[in-house]
Design a protein around this ligand. Structure first.
Ligand code: CA
Length: 229
């Protein structure tokens, strides 16, 4: 469940926001002073903060600034005065949204959901996972260009890696040596289709348990090779 912190000194407003957000499935905590609110915002894991501007002890300006320095979470700032909102915007406080009191609680909920969805998209695209091909005990990490056999890393040259990855990405497809040479080596490369045979042999020595009975790269006599899955 997503956790939201409300920092608001007007209890009635805080309770109203809390009720609506809880009805929408959020876990909500309330702090009524700036110092306690700031402390919890920094120390605990909240997915979003709803922040009143005028607060006892530490005001919303300072809290917003501190959260921005340490956390990557949406902050929705709330103020009773339209003028204040304009002022905050002008200062570029770094809040994600501004709402003027009085506001409808359902509008607040809608904005909370929109900001959480936006952050999820941002964070999701930021930590993209490595592209990995996994077939039985063989694991090819395309992003890191590393190969593991039953958990043990095997060192591959560039062309060995390219050839293995190409075959593994096109399983059960028979390729001739000519096709493989054309796809993996460019036309100006020195060498011929015997290069393919040599590379297949080297790859097998690294990934196969028994190279005379290969379980991954199969020789199709008179034609070429096929990656079995
Ligand atoms: Ca206030």
């Amino acid at each position: 469940m997503k956790r939201i912190l409300i920092i608001e000194d007007e209890i009635a407003i805080a309770e109203l926001e809390k009720d609506y957000l809880e009805l929408s499935g959020f876990e909500v905590e309330v702090e009524t002073t700036g110092d306690l609110g700031l402390d919890r915002a920094l120390k605990e894991n909240f997915e979003l903060v709803i922040l009143d501007l005028m607060l006892p002890n530490v005001d919303g300006f300072e809290i917003c600034k501190r959260i921005r320095q340490e956390k990557n979470i949406p902050v929705i700032m709330v103020s009773a005065k339209k003028d204040d909102i304009d002022k905050i915007r002008g200062l570029g406080m770094g809040a994600d949204d501004y709402i003027t009191k009085p506001f409808s609680p359902s509008e607040l909920v809608a904005r909370v959901k929109a900001h959480l969805a936006r952050y999820e998209r941002l964070i999701g695209s930021g930590k993209k996972e490595n592209e990995i091909i996994e077939i039985r005990g063989l694991k090819i990490d395309k992003t890191a260009r590393r190969v593991f056999v039953n958990g043990e890393e095997k060192i591959f040259t560039t062309k060995e890696f390219d050839l293995l990855t190409f075959l593994a990405e096109n399983p059960n497809h028979v390729f001739t040596k000519e096709e493989l040479f054309r796809d993996i080596w460019d036309m100006e490369s020195i060498g011929d289709i015997a290069t393919v045979t040599v590379h297949i042999k080297k790859i097998r020595e690294k990934i196969e348990f028994n190279t005379s009975k290969p379980q991954y790269i199969e020789t199709i006599w008179g034609v070429g090779y096929r990656f079995k899955i």
